[in-house]
Design a protein around this ligand. Structure first.
Ligand code: SAM
Ligand code: SF4
Length: 386
């Protein structure tokens, strides 16, 4: 299909992703841009580089303030509060913060103690995302994690004691030799810590990981299905509503930073390998990415930006919907034009086909997948390919 741009485009909200690319050691299932840290981290040098990287991106701000910031990794909790404080101050001096800004930091059990969490809180970081994965020793061992189940519980205790009333726990399921009871034990233990948000990911085998070349024995499809059903029922019963493929939250506690991705908002990305999606006031939309290896990113002879691609009008429906249709409630149909500048009528043919296959809900006011469409999201998205 060949698409025409129209009026109706509005400059979306702006978020900032900051990548910290080091971990204590590399986990065998992980394909994120993370690298085993040496004996000392080049914190100050990296903060200088992040701020210089941001300086080069300021032309994309167009007067907006930041609605959210996310420190992701790697393991951002390896960084001292002093370094993160200097970074946040530098960011705020360059781009204003919205009054109700959400600032999240990913923290790994075993990489911080109580005082560090208190200091993070004082910096204005108001949300933690703690990477627990499982509370069971055998599972944590199989995943190559550096922490045990008790440390994970202590991490949640420390978060609350440091004043983080808003925190997420990351769990994975479909783990080697996992039973339904094992998965429910993890969820029950997590819920007992009182997180406002739970991310519950199914373990996937990613190329370029140790698990890809030496795959562990994983639960069969039938068992995976049963784990998913039983877990979703437990989460719903405990007040955690699913609002995205892997995200569950107490009322009003959906992650604003992630919601911005899924509603096709703009985001700056600074740090090694960080990605960005940015719009111009005229409605041009581009994706870009930064130099991936930390040593190259820190090399003054190299540029921060490694690549950029302008999205064509033909690609925009798919790009918009692969995000929006992840949301359980979908999005208002009018958001399509506001974010892409394309008339909604241009989706009509594909919408009708997907509705006929019962993958998309036949609701003229919303773009939302049916339960079937959520389960077979790739099939649904095929209808909107350029
Ligand atoms: C950026 S990662 C890592 C955050 C943090 N460094 C940690 O390991 O706890 C965010 C989350 O993605 C999930 N994840 C990473 N690799 C995965 C995989 N292969 N399959 C499913 N989930 C994965 C984990 O739950 C992890 O906490
Ligand atoms: S899963 Fe987390 S801790 Fe493990 S290597 Fe990936 S980013 Fe690092």
């Amino acid at each position: 299909m060949s698409l025409q741009r129209s009026g109706g485009f509005q400059l979306p909200p702006l978020a900032l992703y900051i990548h910290i690319p080091w971990c204590v050691r590399k986990c065998p299932y992980c394909d994120f841009n993370s690298h085993a840290a040496g004996p000392s981290l080049p914190e100050e040098e990296y903060v200088d580089a992040l701020l210089a990287d941001l300086d080069a991106d300021l032309r994309h701000v167009h007067g907006r303030t930041l609605s959210s910031i996310f420190f992701g990794g790697g393991t951002p909790s390896l960084f001292s509060a002093r370094a993160l404080g200097r970074l946040l101050e530098g960011v705020e001096r360059r781009v204003g913060f919205a009054g109700d800004i959400e600032i999240t930091l990913e923290a790994n059990p075993g990489t911080f103690e109580q005082a560090k969490f208190r200091d993070y809180r004082r910096l204005g970081i108001n949300r933690l995302s703690i990477g627990v994965q499982s509370f069971q020793e055998a599972k944590l061992k199989a995943l190559g994690r550096i922490h045990d189940g008790n440390e994970a519980v202590r991490a949640a205790d420390m978060a609350r004691a440091a004043g983080f009333d808003n925190f997420n726990l990351d769990l994975m399921h479909g783990l080697p030799e996992q039973s339904i009871e094992d998965a429910l034990f993890d969820l029950r233990t997590a819920i007992a810590q009182g997180p406002t948000h739970l991310s519950w990911y199914q373990l996937t085998m990613e190329p370029n990981t140790v698990f890809w070349s030496q795959p562990p024995a994983l639960p069969e499809d039938d068992l995976l299905w049963d784990i998913q059903e039983a877990g979703q029922a437990l989460l719903a019963e405990q007040g955690y509503a699913q609002y995205e493929v892997s995200a569950y939250a107490q009322a009003g506690q959906a992650a604003r930073h992630n919601l911005n991705y899924w509603t096709f908002g703009d985001f700056l990305g600074i740090g090694a390998g960080a990605h960005a999606k940015l719009s111009s006031p005229a409605g041009q939309i581009a994706r870009s990415w930064k130099t991936r290896l930390p040593k190259d990113y820190l090399d003054p002879a190299k540029t921060f930006q490694a690549g950029e691609r302008l999205l064509t009008a033909d690609e925009l429906p798919f790009e918009f919907l692969m995000n929006a249709l992840r949301l359980t409630e979908g999005v208002p149909a009018s958001l399509f034009t506001a974010r892409t500048g394309l008339p909604l009528a241009q989706l009509d043919g594909a919408r009708r086909e997907a509705e006929a296959r019962k993958l998309l809900l036949a609701d003229p006011t919303r773009l939302v997948a049916t339960r079937e469409g959520q389960l077979f999201l790739n099939d649904l998205l095929q209808h909107f390919l350029p």
